[in-house]
Design a binder for this molecule. Structure first.
Ligand SMILES: O=C(O)c1ccc[n+]([C@@H]2O[C@H](COP(=O)([O-])O)[C@@H](O)[C@H]2O)c1
Ligand SMILES: Cc1cc2nc[nH]c2cc1C
Length: 359
C-alpha cells in the first residue's frame, strides 16, 4: 500500500456508514398487507414471508424482486496456521480458491444449480493466484505472536468488500451471498466471536474443517494466547479485525456494509461469514437490517452469533463447509417465495372472504 492510499483509507468506509439508514416501514407494511391478501392461510409461509417483508424494508418497495443473484467468495490465508490449528496445510487455500474458476468447488456447483453468478476474490492468499487480485498481503501475520494485520490493512480489507458490493449492485445484482475460503479461518472467527460476545474461548471454538480432540485443545490455547496478548477493544470492530481477524473476514464485513449502503440484502453463510457480520454490526449497528440469514453452521458459536445479531437461521442441516454454500442454498427458497408473493391470486380475486372477515 502506498503512503498516499494509507492516508485516504477510511474515507469510503465513513461515507458508506453514512448511507446506511433504517428500513422503510411503510414498504414493509405494504408487503405484509399483500401477503395477508393472498389466498392461503395467514402467515402460512412463515419465515419466508418475513424475509420478503424485511427485503421490502431494505429496498423501500413492496415489489420485491430478487432478480440477479451473486456469491462473493473472499479467499485469504491466515498466519496463525503455523501454530498447527488446522487439519490441512495452508497451500489448500490457493488450490481450492483457483478451483472456483473452473467451477470445481461445492459452492460453484451450487451457484450453477441456483442460477447465481460467482465472484471469487484473492484478498490475501499466500501465493499469487489467477483470481481477481485484491490481495492486501500474502496472508496475515501469526496472531499468536503479533497483530494479524495493521489497522490500515483492516480498513483496506473492509473497503475492498464495500467496493465489490457496490460494483455488483451497479451491475444490477439485487441480492448478494457471502462466502470465504481460507485454511485457519475458523480460528480467527472464534477469536473475533469470543472477543465481541465476551464469551469463553472454549465455548466459541469448534473443530473447523475437522480437527482431532488434541488439536482442538491447542487451537483453544492459541486463541486464548492471542486475545490475552493483544487485548482487542470489543467496542472497536476494526481493532478486533486487525488484532485477531483475517482479510476474508474484513472483506465480508465490507460486503455487508456495501450491500446495506446500496439497499440490497446480503446473506450470511456459516460461522466465518457470521463472525464477519458481527464485525460489520459492531462498526455500524444499522447494517443488521440488511442481513438475511441462511443456515446454522455446525460450529458451536454460530447460534450465539445469530442470537447476538437478533436473527434466526432458515435452514438447519448441520453443514460446515463454508464457501457460501449455505447462503446459496436459500436462493431457490427465496425465488419460490417471490413467485408465490407475485403470482398467487388474492382472496378477492378468487371470490372468497379473507381470513380476517371470516372471524
Ligand atoms: O462456514 C462454516 O461454518 C465453516 C465451518 C468449518 C469450516 N469451514 C471451512 O473450512 C475452512 C476453515 O477450517 P479450519 O479448520 O482450517 O479453520 C475454511 O475454508 C472454511 O470455508 C467453514
Ligand atoms: C478441501 C477443502 C475445501 C474447502 N472448502 C472450504 N473450506 C475447505 C477446506 C478444505 C480442506
Amino acid at each position: 500500500m502506498s503512503a498516499q492510499s494509507l492516508q485516504t483509507e477510511g474515507k469510503l468506509l465513513k461515507e458508506t456508514m453514512k448511507k446506511i439508514c433504517p428500513p422503510d416501514t411503510a414498504a414493509m407494511e405494504q408487503c405484509q398487507k399483500r401477503w395477508d391478501s393472498i389466498a392461503k392461510p395467514l402467515h402460512s409461509l412463515g419465515r419466508l414471508e418475513e424475509v420478503l417483508i424485511q427485503t421490502a424494508g431494505m429496498t423501500g418497495s413492496d415489489e420485491v424482486h430478487f432478480g440477479k443473484k451473486a456469491l462473493i467468495v473472499m479467499c485469504a490465508d491466515n498466519g496463525v496456521v503455523e501454530e498447527g490449528i488446522s487439519q490441512t496445510g495452508q497451500e489448500v487455500t490457493a488450490v481450492v480458491a483457483e478451483n472456483f474458476l473452473s467451477g470445481d468447488t461445492s459452492a460453484a456447483i451450487m451457484c450453477k444449480a441456483a442460477g447465481a453468478d460467482l465472484f471469487p476474490v484473492d484478498i490475501g492468499i499466500a501465493r499469487d493466484t489467477k483470481l481477481r487480485n485484491e490481495k492486501i498481503a500474502y496472508g496475515t501475520k501469526n496472531m499468536a505472536r503479533e497483530w494479524a494485520m495493521t489497522r490500515a490493512q483492516a480498513v483496506c480489507a473492509i473497503e475492498t468488500g464495500i467496493r465489490m458490493a457496490e460494483e455488483l449492485a451497479e451491475k444490477g445484482y439485487e441480492i448478494l451471498a457471502t462466502g470465504e475460503m481460507g485454511i485457519g479461518n475458523t480460528t480467527t472467527s472464534s477469536a473475533v466471536a469470543a472477543v465481541l460476545l465476551e464469551k469463553p474461548v472454549e465455548e466459541m471454538t469448534g473443530r473447523g474443517a475437522g480437527l482431532t480432540s488434541a488439536a482442538l485443545k491447542r487451537k483453544q490455547e492459541v486463541i486464548k494466547k492471542a486475545v490475552e496478548l493483544h487485548q482487542p477493544d470489543r467496542t472497536d470492530g476494526i481493532d478486533v479485525l486487525a488484532k485477531v481477524g483475517g482479510f476474508d473476514l474484513g472483506g465480508m464485513a465490507g460486503v455487508f456494509l456495501g450491500g446495506a449502503a446500496k439497499k440490497i440484502p446480503v446473506i450470511i453463510d456459516g460461522f466465518i461469514s457470521a463472525a464477519a457480520a458481527l464485525l460489520a454490526a459492531t462498526i455500524c449497528p444499522e447494517v443488521k437490517s440488511y442481513m438475511l440469514t441462511s443456515h446454522l453452521s455446525k460450529e458451536p458459536a454460530m447460534q450465539m452469533i445469530l442470537e447476538a445479531l437478533g436473527k434466526k437461521p432458515l435452514l438447519t442441516c448441520e453443514m460446515c463447509l463454508g464457501e457460501g454454500t449455505g447462503a446459496v442454498a436459500i436462493f431457490p427458497l427465496l425465488q419460490m417465495a417471490e413467485d408465490v408473493y407475485k403470482k398467487m391470486s388474492t382472496f378477492g380475486e378468487i371470490s372468497i372472504e379473507s381470513y380476517k372477515e371470516l372471524k
